[in-house]
Design a protein around this ligand. Sequence first.
Ligand code: F6P
Length: 370
Amino acid sequence: MPVEPPPILSNVPGSFPQSVLRDRHPAIVRHVLEGIPYPPEVRLRLERLLQEPVIAPLPAGAHDAAEWARWGEGMYGRSWYDVPFLWAENFFYRRLLDAVGYYAPGPWRGIDPFGPQKDAGLPGPEELAELDALQALPDEQQAGALVTAALWGNRADLGFRLVAQGADRVDELIVDESKRLWELLRGGGAVCLVADNAGRELLPDLVLIDFLLRTGRAGRVELHVKPAPYFVSDALPADVLAELRRFPAGSAVGRRLRVALEEGSLSLHADPFFCAPLTFHDLPEQLAVRFAAAELTILKGDLNYRRLVGDRHWPATSSFEELTGYFPGAVAALRTVKSDVVVGLAEGAEWSLPASWRTSGAFALVQVRG
Ligand SMILES: O=P(O)(O)OC[C@H]1O[C@](O)(CO)[C@@H](O)[C@@H]1O
């Protein structure tokens, strides 16, 4: 294991993490308030969260106050900008849930503050029909098209879109190890898919899952989603069900997915770990066992990538193989690049890329460690 570089903080002027805390988080709160007519006390709490001079802990009565006290040791009382970026973002979402009363007894309990935005991002009949039509292609072509759709679907991240709209885009796959991914998927064993965003990302994920099951490339699929609203558009169990309801009554894919859930060849999981400010190095036993038993774990998205390699200032040429060697079992990352962390690039590969390549979402990676 190479020496770990320092974690990414948000206090570097002009840096991407600084812009997330300074610009994106207020925009996220604004959208929440536009979407849901929360009462004055909620609006006030959200306003206070944005103005908070130093990080305050969760109220002592919160169900997970003890865990956050442990995870946040050394963070409270400091500026949001001076603590690790990954931790600060995670805690922001947890505090936002606290501010809107997501876990508190009362009428707002369980109401997804990002629900209206997610609804607007649900796929329409055309997208559903396009993905359905892929079934007519030969298997090899379907496989390629589905990985491409699942990969680029990752751009459908609402938090990211709030600030990235209108940016010039040159889509490019800078590392493509999808051949290795398919080589690992021939045995008909279990596959874990750790989902990222609902809506236009989850749709191709579901169609990919159907393909894996239908063609016997997977005997069983575990779909892992978030247990609570997180990073705006991240998928929850309720979002999976909402998505399944979008498939028209006559859709063979929709019907098969439903039957797979009923019969157990597709199972849904929402472990608390996925909303914790931890990396996969700290996987709880119950997840490590599942990932170790799978033929492959597919991690979707930018945040899962940061959690896989560690949210640190890695040189881009650091070995993906080495940095993910600790992960229990084979792992594939499907990610459009939306933050600074990148590893596994060939020497000089960055040189020809535009200055914004790490954060524009225009570039993508398919990286695999078997
Ligand atoms: O939905 P994804 O691909 O995980 O992207 C979320 C990303 O958005 C950000 O919140 C801001 O870009 C990143 O910190 C995070 O990695």
